[in-house]
Design a protein around this ligand. Sequence first.
Ligand SMILES: *Cc1c(COP(=O)(O)O)cnc(C)c1O
Length: 358
Amino acid sequence: MTRLIRAVIDRGALQHNLTELRRRASGAKIMAVVKANAYGHGLVDVATTLGAADALAVARLDEALALRQAGISGRVVLLEGVFAQDELAEAIAHRLDIVLHDPAQLALLGASKDAQVVPLWIKLDSGMNRLGFAPDKLGEVRRHISGTAFRTAPLGLMTHLARADETAADWTRGQLARFATSAKGEALPRSIANSAGVLAWPDSHADWVRPGIALYGISPFGKDDAAAHGLRPVMQLLSTVIAIRPVRRGDAVGYGGTWVAPRDSRIAVLAGGYGDGLPRNLAGDARVSIAGQSVPVVGRVSMDMVTVDVTDATGIETGAGAVLWGADAPVEALARCAGTIPYELVCGVSQRVPRELI
Ligand SMILES: *Cc1c(COP(=O)(O)O)cnc(C)c1O
């Protein structure tokens, strides 16, 4: 059976990016973020490939359990922690690192009789106003933990940066300062940096960095591509030309007739639409790559197909391979045309697209 569309996952690129990020954050340990099916790349395959990371991090308990079920026995950090007593028991049973960010979670700990050594991370809100205790509550939180069966647990301190991708803004300095003030005098390991922190804010590296998007070879900055940071795209979304048709000047292509040929043109129809995770709302000069040639998307993206103008390209016939995104067609550029971030595009590659490891 021919696979008209597939996501090819390059394990070598993943390992290269891990090495590169380790070099950039030298001295820090790496918590590789593999939440949301490893940003759409495939949780278990990615986790297995990232064996050299010091820990893996996920958002939810289900994701951590899937890693354990796959036989991954190293450190796994539950970034949002647990929300019920049975979840706490499961997290303990599976030796997960638990992040504490909310008084309700402290109450769960207090009610637990499990006197085991469970690594806990206390998350402080240094300015994002999403998860975390207020910086001046650290002492109180520590006293609460000491009063539970968890008092022998190793601890760490964590915070999350809201605007690390804005390299010209002062905001991140403010967050770093608030976190430093709160953690003053604490000898506990600290973790602050996401991908943008690793790449742009050396002061945020601390003891543990938590890169996600950069591991997948995607720039966190919105305005550039991963190549500018020595990173290699891990996912290639590959498609196939399923039809080619000539259209005459003045002919409209696709739903709504939104694109009208300005000249006699040659249109290639590619497998891949919003049913596969291709964004429908493309604007501007969205391009894909066919036979090494960059060609513009024209007309609306439909559920299963997308149309491109190959009038100026050569040697393209039905059956030719196309790169919807990958090294030849940066996902960052497509995200800009869709008014979104590349995170959303890779996370949105749908279930029906087979992942293929190389
Ligand atoms: C998702 C996430 C990260 C990784 O962010 P990237 O921008 O993908 O590097 C790091 N820390 C926390 C708490 C997260 O939720």
